[in-house]
Write a protein that binds this ligand. Structure first.
Ligand code: KG4
Ligand code: ZN
Length: 354
């Protein structure tokens, strides 16, 4: 990958759009110099992210986290070449904290500032040199996290076509809600996967919402209701462990089958747009799920697509992807004069500029 000739120092990335506070430093060539993530545990008791708690936690944690990351790299702010911060979409409180902090450093030290779209950061991660995935444009991204569930044709920096997405819950949200019904902790995905390993995925035949339908939209609320109905048939507090494991396994299989079906449709749509494109990249916390990965791999084999999944720490929210998106934007000619871009809770990829 070409060097960023205009960048004369490392780039600092900041992520604070949900419940992870993260900072990372990349060299002008994309080499990872230092990275830190602080996951906020304060939400666990509430069974979901509480926006006000998240914002306050970002404020409490971010300055020290950045200082630690800079110290680890032996750098001062004056050594930086640029600063990139997630500016949307996401929870507005956290976005204000992270982008405001980044802008403050940029103004104080006279550095370029890049306002990064969180979805684009996920989308470009597969091009991070140290991951060795070598994703060249165009490729298909399946983003499955707690807040997002969509299929995107990644065609260039600032050039993305959204092929479809969820019409109700995100995939991770469905895992979290079903985990809650089963009395598991939050976030529910990992706990549900562990319980599912002890159960029979064919014990219950749950719906595969929208499977077979044209397009690649997703829906999970009907599936969640079907699971809730099965659980409600047991006396309150008397769901046997074996039944809970069977429900978890059957639900997980239904999600994996559904997402694989939707991804297969997305691959066909992508091929229409880009006949030579043959790479599916998965990102987001739900990409950790082994049953889902297996279903996606099978769908890719069938469609003659290659399948790439960044290591989990780069699938979930992190600041390395934010710094990398900043580098990609600079390489593509961005000026780094984004100080007047206000944080945006909603920021569709279609509104990015190449
Ligand atoms: O990408 P992420 O860390 O944060 C955002 O939502 O942006 O994704 C978190 C989501 C949660 O809903 C969590 O339950 C889900 O990813 N998740 C999983 C697994 N690990 C995390 N879902 C299913 N299986 C897993 N192993
Ligand atoms: Zn994310």
């Amino acid at each position: 990958m070409a060097l960023v000739s205009s960048l004369c120092g490392p780039i600092l990335g900041i992520e604070s759009s949900c419940d992870d506070t993260a900072a990372a430093l990349l060299g002008p060539d994309g080499r990872i110099i230092a990275e830190s993530v602080a996951r906020q545990a304060d939400h666990d008791a509430f069974g979901g992210v509480v926006p006000e708690i998240a914002a306050r936690a970002h404020l409490a944690v971010l300055p020290a986290l950045v200082a630690r990351t800079m110290a680890e790299a032996g750098l001062n702010f004056s050594d930086l070449g640029a600063i990139a911060a997630t500016t949307g979409p996401g929870l507005i409180g956290g976005l204000i904290v992270g982008s405001g902090y980044g802008k403050g450093v940029a103004i104080a030290y006279g550095k370029p500032f890049l306002a990064i779209n969180h979805l684009e950061a996920h989308a470009l991660t597969a091009r991070l040199p140290s991951l060795g995935l070598g994703a060249e444009f165009p490729y298909l991204l399946l983003l499955v996290s707690g807040g997002h569930c969509q299929c995107i044709a990644v065609e260039g920096v600032g050039q993305h076509t959204r092929l479809g997405g969820t019409i109700d819950d995100a995939a991770g949200e469905a895992f979290d809600k079903v985990a809650k019904l089963l009395g598991l902790g939050w976030p529910g995905g990992p706990a549900l996967e562990a319980l599912a390993a002890q159960g029979n995925p064919t014990a219950y035949r749950f719906p595969r919402p929208l499977a077979g339908r044209v397009g690649c939209d997703f829906s999970f609320s009907g599936l969640k209701t079907a699971v809730a109905t099965v659980i409600a048939a047991f006396p309150p507090g008397a769901l046997p462990h074996g039944a809970a494991a069977d429900i978890a396994a059957s639900f997980q299989q239904a999600v994996a089958d559904t997402i694989a079906d939707r991804a297969a449709h997305a691959m066909a749509m992508f091929r229409e747009l880009h006949p030579t494109g043959d790479l599916l990249v998965v990102a987001g916390g739900v990409a950790a799920n082994a049953t889902l990965r297996a279903a996606l791999l099978a769908a890719c084999d069938k469609a003659r697509f290659r399948f790439a999944a960044p290591p989990l720490k780069y699938c979930t929210d992190n600041a390395t992807m934010v710094a990398w998106a900043g580098l990609e934007r600079l390489r593509a000619g961005a000026s780094g004069a984004d100080l007047d871009i206000a944080p945006r809770p909603r920021w569709p990829l279609a509104e990015l500029t190449p």
